[in-house]
Design a protein around this ligand. Structure first.
Ligand SMILES: Cc1cc2nc3c(=O)[nH]c(=O)nc-3n(C[C@H](O)[C@H](O)[C@H](O)COP(=O)(O)O)c2cc1C
Length: 183
């Protein structure tokens, strides 16, 4: 891994300091020294409800505010780490809304979103309270297929078990996997 990579961590939990964030930070601790990292908590950058203008205006205006912040950070990264807890077997609502905005960004004149997303790598990190990791399959599928839709590479998924904040620290398998996740 070269150190010209730039990781964007998108935190999708509806609370700060939860298990998903802790697991993502455990993995990030093993990135090569000096690797650029940006951490954004989606709850701190709320987006308006998404509107589908594909078959009316056909285009979307230049993003502003939080939307612009998220678009810029997304485009600047070589590696996008979607760190969403498992909510109802899938990604959290803020994470899903962020993904919905990809549909807008594909139609922002001049953004060149599809071409600029192609070749980036998406990684997924998630915490769930169930011990049955197959229940996270819908979350993994949502992210992996969305990445594929934009021509991104799939880095893989890191899952951890927990309910209360801090629980994932006791998931020995997850902590071991975190050490080599980004290798
Ligand atoms: C709205 C909501 C839905 C949840 N759905 C699931 C689920 O489908 N499967 C599961 O195993 N745990 C589920 N959980 C438990 C969380 O995944 C678990 O508490 C996780 O640690 C939360 O992540 P966080 O600590 O990063 O906030 C849910 C929790 C909430 C609040």
């Amino acid at each position: 891994m070269t150190d010209d990579r730039s990781f964007l961590f998108l935190l999708g939990s509806a609370r700060h300091g939860g298990n998903t964030e802790a697991l993502a930070r455990a993995a990030a601790a093993h990135l090569p020294a000096g690797t650029a990292q940006e951490w954004l908590h989606l709850a701190d950058l709320p987006l308006s409800p998404f509107t589908d203008r594909r078959h009316t205006d056909g285009v979307y205006p230049q993003p502003e505010g939080n939307e612009q912040r998220l678009l810029s950070a997304t485009l600047a990264a070589t590696d996008l780490v979607v760190a969403s807890p498992l909510y109802w077997y899938s990604v959290s609502a803020p994470t899903k809304l962020y993904l919905d905005y990809w549909s807008a960004w594909l139609r922002v004149p001049g953004a060149d979103f599809r071409a600029r997303m192609g070749g980036k790598t998406m990684w997924a990190v998630s915490a769930l309270s169930s011990s049955d990791t197959s229940t996270a399959d819908p979350l993994v599928g949502t992210l992996r297929l969305s990445a594929r839709y934009l021509g991104m590479n799939w880095g893989g998924v890191l899952l951890g078990n927990g309910s209360r904040p801090g629980d994932v620290d006791s998931d020995a398998d997850a902590q071991a996997a975190a050490k080599t996740f980004f290798n």
